[in-house]
Ligand binder design. Structure first.
Ligand code: ATP
Ligand code: MG
Length: 427
């Protein structure tokens, strides 16, 4: 029986890997410039971490987690996101006693049991950033500016930034009372999920995707209109900071984000044409999370960006990522002596950073040349007994068709230097 990949997972094939590597490299390079260091966290954690850190009332915890008992009878969960794991690591490794802020980034897979559709998978990829220890709006601006510059560097132009503030525990409490007052008479017209949310976390009603509920959500009171003075000042600082850097934004007072631990700043980068899977990136401040996970009271802010959606957006906006350059040299062989020499030559060339290959299939000379042509090698050289005897061969430039007699001894040096020059020019 043929076994297929599980629904919602997909292979990233060699033919497309350059796109993934490119965006990963640009992201990592940018994080480095901003002073963020990579952290690698486990794929699975104790289930309790996500229940606490993501929040019991969220869709992620209620419906989407891959949770199972391991052979020792402990409940573990495949990470549905990165923030909880990073915060656990921050606490567990005592990073709060190092100079703050701690600035981290990650490039991970994440797992959610979702209705699979375009831009929505069960295994997907996220780039994320978390900054812990700084409370002021400057770090919010810095975090958002990483994304702004990232999109700019990738050549994405029509990706909009929406921001909002969802307050702090002090102003959220009276606001939630107002919200409940508004929704109470509407409860029998709202969906079952919203009825549930009304009891457990009424803010989440604002996030409901159900058309029937959306009608009523339109008129609901907004947290943004009900901020305390400190939250209002923080939000003003964020807006001024973004304007200072020339970063365009819109205020969208309906963004609440799907997670329980967000405070104050929340934001999204959205595709103009991506439809319901149009949110490329979401983030926000989570001043209560570290404490909720058993650490000291430390503020934090971060974002997570969906890499599949980012690549979709590049397609939508017509941004192509060039295939990497063709391999450098193919050494075609005739006879066992030539095979031995070629194996030695490609080994040395590879050691100098030249992409070199020779026949591994026992092909005829003609078939070897056909292969080299198909694989778009820059150079080929044919070695047989005659060439070995003379210590010379013909180096062919596959693009121009130019042929040159070269001594076999000089091939390694010649190509090494050529590749060095090319790489210098590329930089
Ligand atoms: P959505 O509203 O689309 O379900 P979300 O609020 O659940 O998104 P977050 O938890 O904020 O998403 O995750 C950050 C980003 O990860 C999203 O903006 C999106 O780009 C991406 N993402 C989330 N879930 C998936 C998925 N199942 N498949 C692919 N990408 C995803
Ligand atoms: Mg979701």
């Amino acid at each position: 029986m043929k076994i297929q990949a599980p629904k919602g997972t997909r292979d990233i094939l060699p033919s497309e890997i350059h796109r993934w590597q490119y965006v990963s490299n640009v992201f990592a390079g940018l994080c480095d410039c901003f002073g963020y260091k990579e952290i690698r966290i486990p794929v699975f954690e104790h289930t309790e971490l996500f229940q606490r850190g993501v929040g019991d009332t969220t869709d992620i915890v209620q419906k989407e987690m891959y949770t199972f008992d391991d052979k020792g009878g402990r409940s573990v969960t495949l990470r549905p996101e990165g923030t909880a794991g990073v915060v656990r690591s921050y606490i567990e490794n005592g990073m709060y006693s190092l100079p703050q802020p701690i600035k981290l980034y990650y490039d991970i897979t994440a797992y959610r049991y979702e209705n699979v559709q375009k831009g929505r998978y069960r295994e997907f990829h996220q780039f994320g950033v978390e900054a812990l220890g700084a409370a002021g709006p400057e770090i919010d601006v810095e975090i958002i500016s990483i994304l702004y510059m990232f999109f700019e560097k990738l050549g994405l132009k029509q990706t909009g930034l929406n921001i909002n503030s969802i307050g702090c525990p002090a102003c959220r409490k009276p606001y939630l009372e107002k919200l409940k007052e508004y929704f109470r008479p509407l409860l029998n017209t709202l969906c079952a999920d919203c009825n549930n949310r009304f009891e457990k976390n009424p803010l989440r009603i604002i996030d409901c995707k159900n058309e029937g509920c959306k009608r009523f959500i339109e008129g609901a009171p907004l947290q943004l209109d009900n901020l305390c003075d400190e939250c209002r000042i923080h939000f003003a600082g964020l807006k001024a900071g973004l304007e200072n850097l020339g970063i365009n934004y819109k205020i969208d007072s309906k963004i609440v984000r799907g997670l329980d631990y967000y405070t104050r700043t929340v934001f999204e980068f959205v595709s103009e044409k991506g439809g319901s899977q149009g949110t490329i990136c979401g983030g926000g401040r989570y001043d209560g999370l570290v404490e909720m996970c058993g650490g000291p009271s430390v503020p934090g802010i971060g974002f997570a960006l969906g890499v599949e959606r980012l690549l979709m957006e590049l397609d939508i906006q017509g941004v192509t990522i060039e295939e990497p350059q063709a391999p450098d040299i193919y050494i075609a062989t005739l006879g066992q002596k030539a095979v031995d020499l070629a194996m030695d030559m490609v080994y040395k060339l590879r050691g100098c950073g030249v992409k070199a290959e020779t026949d591994l299939m026992g092909r005829s000379l003609k078939a070897q040349m056909k292969y080299a042509d198909k694989k778009r090698f820059s150079y080929t050289i044919v070695i047989g007994d005659d060439e070995i005897e003379a210590g010379k061969g013909v180096l062919k430039d596959m693009r121009t068709g130019d042929q040159k007699d070269v001594s076999l001894d000089s091939v390694v040096d010649r190509l090494k230097n050529q590749v060095k020059e090319r790489d210098a020019a590329a930089r």
